[in-house]
Design a protein around this ligand. Structure first.
Ligand code: SAM
Length: 238
């Protein structure tokens, strides 16, 4: 997907670094929800610029992060412990029974076609140790359907404004977004194409792969999932 490398670059990082403020709270919630221990080996798949990895590291957890973006990974290496990060394509994961916990946070799944998305989930299953846990943090398709806005202001403060122009294909469950970033007097356009998976679909796919216990939440803090939750949090156990 050509848009991925073009979208996740230095401009995206500068525009979205407001997310850093949330990372510590999110990490505390994840530790509690998944009952993560210091002895566990954690992998953050599609870790971006390492905001969660670094937060786990500062709390002395054993974590690694991989991402396809050179620019994100080089920033992560400069701002946190370099050894924790590597540039890797999630489609080419080849770990076997290595991790106790695998995280995929902030809508980092659904970027490919159905077959490739399923292959990625199979690779995640293979990379987990027995009893390992996989956390998937996605947009809730029911929320998108009920609150769909063609034009959505994502962020607006001082010299930064982010606006999404959305197109929803209901037959294919795909949302195409033209993301306009106005940053320090310049404007940039980013593209995002996302396959939205609902709770039922994910349950079937994950069960077929072999995951045993599959639970859904509306927030990382463990709040119940319902069709009105903006997020769809999936916790699947091997
Ligand atoms: C929305 S960002 C989320 C980043 C991070 N999880 C966070 O919470 O800040 C999605 C990330 O997925 C990464 N990504 C997309 N396709 C990937 C692939 N095939 N392999 C590895 N990373 C990928 C992007 O580079 C980007 O960092």
């Amino acid at each position: 997907m050509a848009w991925i490398k073009k979208t996740f670059d230095k401009i995206y990082l500068e525009a979205f670094n407001f997310l850093n403020k949330r990372s510590r709270k999110e990490v505390n919630e994840i530790i509690k929800l998944l009952k993560i221990k210091k002895s566990h080996l954690i992998l953050d798949l599609c870790c971006g610029w390492g905001r969660h990895v670094c937060s786990f590291y500062k709390k002395s957890y054993n974590i690694r992060g991989i991402d396809i973006s050179n620019e994100f990974i080089s920033y992560a290496k400069k701002t946190c412990k370099p050894k924790l990060f590597s540039i890797k394509d999630v489609k080419k994961l080849n770990y076997k029974n290595e991790f106790d916990i695998i995280l995929n946070l902030e809508t980092s799944f659904g970027y490919y076609g159905d077959n490739t998305n399923k292959i990625i989930l199979r690779k995640i299953y293979a990379a987990l140790r027995k009893d390992g846990k996989f956390l998937l943090d996605l947009i809730n398709p029911s929320y998108v359907a009920n609150n769909f806005k063609k034009r959505l202001i994502i962020y607006e403060k001082e010299k930064l404004k982010i606006i999404d122009l959305n197109e929803l294909n209901k037959q294919k469950d795909v949302i195409k977004t033209k993301r306009l970033i106005y940053l320090k007097g310049k404007s940039y356009t980013k593209e995002i194409i996302l396959r939205l998976y609902n709770k039922q679909e994910l349950k079937i796919i994950l069960k077929n792969i072999g995951f045993e216990k599959i639970r859904f939440f509306g927030k990382l803090n463990g709040d119940k999932y319902n069709s009105k939750s903006p997020r769809l949090i999936v916790l699947a156990e091997k």
